[in-house]
Design a protein around this ligand. Structure first.
Ligand code: UGA
Length: 441
């Protein structure tokens, strides 16, 4: 089947490559010429396990093409995916200017019927706006061409995006048009083999499903972070509590890990956008507001431990920082807890020596040559001459470090762990002072 994908970002590139890999004929289009040229040379703009070879193989086979020519791209696909960004605007609501610009481009260039698919995370009602835009432009052109706007949100996790896309838990298809439903079923048939994962619903429900899923997950995390704060004050251990409640299958073990707050390009933005949507319709979203507030406070937690430990005298200290990305297996630092911590440390006159397996370039790009920031090539180098080790991201290579080396390298035997990676008893035996989330300090 012929597919066009607008937007070669994270979602568009993964979706395009995965659709090509099962045999569809895919054209990915973007306004960024350099990005397109690089992709043709095999240079992938993001770090995502498995993506480079998937893109290369399918590009070589001719099933996956990259272009900036939107007229050609619109002519190519019976399916037109919209996978462009929806950055939050000043008040937290999703900015639809890129989505609507793509709708306009499609409408100006289409000559045959199209199924237009919203893949970007967009507020409820966006499909209607896209439809309106297309109708208006077609009317201006004096043309009548069939089209349907389908909501088909993505549920990819960074670091596991290729796999999530190849083996989705569910495929949400928001449309009441029978022809579109059949076409979408055919498009996704290669991913729908063992049991039916396609869930068809009306467009608005599909749009809300995406927000509800992310907000539910963010709620689980903030709930656990709130419990961890209570555990700390009550002298309980949140890790024992996590085991205790996760064993109830109605609660489950997933997404109940306490930590130094959730980040990334999705949860913070989506919670804020749904709060905004609720406000617009005069509904007070009390739970969502609390989820956001708890997360905001949680991101300050690591600094608070340090501040308390040093009794406010943090100036001049050097902090070894392990992990910059918002979670492991990505170089993404959007809304990362590490940024909140580093910025607080700099404000208070401390220095940071940081190491991350993938996000060092990204950190450099964000902060440039900053006084108080040294990026080093190994986790061991980060420790040299530092006063304390702080962990912001649970990369697997931090799981079993050489604790003797840590003790010998640091000026003080002290670890502040934002991801609860170590056993407090082991730390005690090794004579290392250990602050972790919700574990009694
Ligand atoms: C999230 C969702 O998990 C995906 O299903 C969704 O498709 C995606 O957003 C999106 O809307 O595009 P992602 O942002 O890649 O995916 O990352 P997650 O793995 O969900 O982690 C988000 C944050 O929550 C991270 O900062 C992580 O450290 C934190 N987290 C996660 C916790 O603090 N505790 C947990 O138990 C789980």
């Amino acid at each position: 089947m012929k597919v066009t994908v607008f937007g070669i970002g994270y979602v568009g590139l993964v979706q395009g490559a995965v659709l090509a890999s099962v045999g569809h004929d895919v054209v990915c289009v973007d306004v960024d010429e350099e990005k397109v040229k690089n992709l043709e040379k095999g240079i992938i703009p993001i770090y995502e396990p498995g993506l480079t070879s998937l893109v290369e193989d399918n590009y070589q086979s001719g099933r996956l093409k990259f272009t900036t020519d939107s007229k050609f791209a619109v002519g190519h696909g019976d399916f037109q995916f919209i996978a462009v960004g929806t950055p939050p605007d000043e008040d937290g609501s999703a900015d639809l200017k890129y989505v609507l610009a793509v709708a306009e481009t499609i409408a100006k260039n289409m000559q045959t019927p199209k199924i237009i698919i919203n893949k970007s995370t967009v507020p409820v009602g966006t499909a209607d706006k896209v439809s309106e835009k297309i109708k208006t432009v077609l009317a201006e052109r004096g043309e009548v061409i069939d089209f349907d706007v389908v909501s088909n949100p993505e549920f990819l996790k960074e670091g596991a995006a290729v796999n999530d896309c190849l083996k989705p838990d569910r495929i949400i298809v928001g449309t009441v048009n029978k022809h579109s439903e059949e076409m979408m079923r055919e498009l996704y048939a290669p991913f729908n083999r063992n049991h039916d994962k396609i869930i068809v619903m009306d467009v608005r429900s599909a749009e809300l499903t995406k927000y509800a899923a992310n907000c539910m997950l963010a709620t689980k995390i903030s709930f656990m972070n709130e419990m961890s704060n209570l555990a700390e004050k009550l002298g309980a251990d949140i890790e024992a509590v996590r085991h205790g409640i996760g064993s109830d299958p109605r609660i489950g073990y997933q997404f109940i890990y306490p930590g130094c707050g959730y980040g990334g390009s999705c949860f913070p933005k989506d919670v804020q956008a749904l709060v905004r949507t609720a406000n617009d319709i005069d509904y007070k979203p009390s739970i969502l507001e609390a989820v956001e507030e708890v997360n905001y406070r949680q991101k300050n937690k690591l600094f608070e431990y340090l501040d308390r430990h040093y009794q406010g005298a943090i100036e001049g200290k050097t902090i070894a920082l392990w992990g910059l990305s918002f979670k492991p297996n990505t170089d993404d630092m959007r809304e990362a807890s590490s940024r909140v911590l580093m910025e607080k440390l700099w404000e208070n006159g401390a220095k940071v020596q940081a190491y991350d397996p993938e996000a060092m370039e990204e950190c450099q790009r964000i902060y440039g040559q900053k006084d108080g920031l040294t990026l080093v090539g190994t986790k061991e180098a980060a420790l040299k001459g530092a006063d304390v080790l702080v962990i912001c991201t649970e990369w697997s290579q931090f799981r079993a470090p050489d604790f003797d080396l840590i003790s010998n390298s640091l000026n003080e035997k002290l670890i502040v762990d934002g991801r609860n990676m170590y056993d407090p008893n082991t730390m005690e035996k090794k004579g290392i002072a250990y602050y972790a989330i919700g574990r009694g300090r």
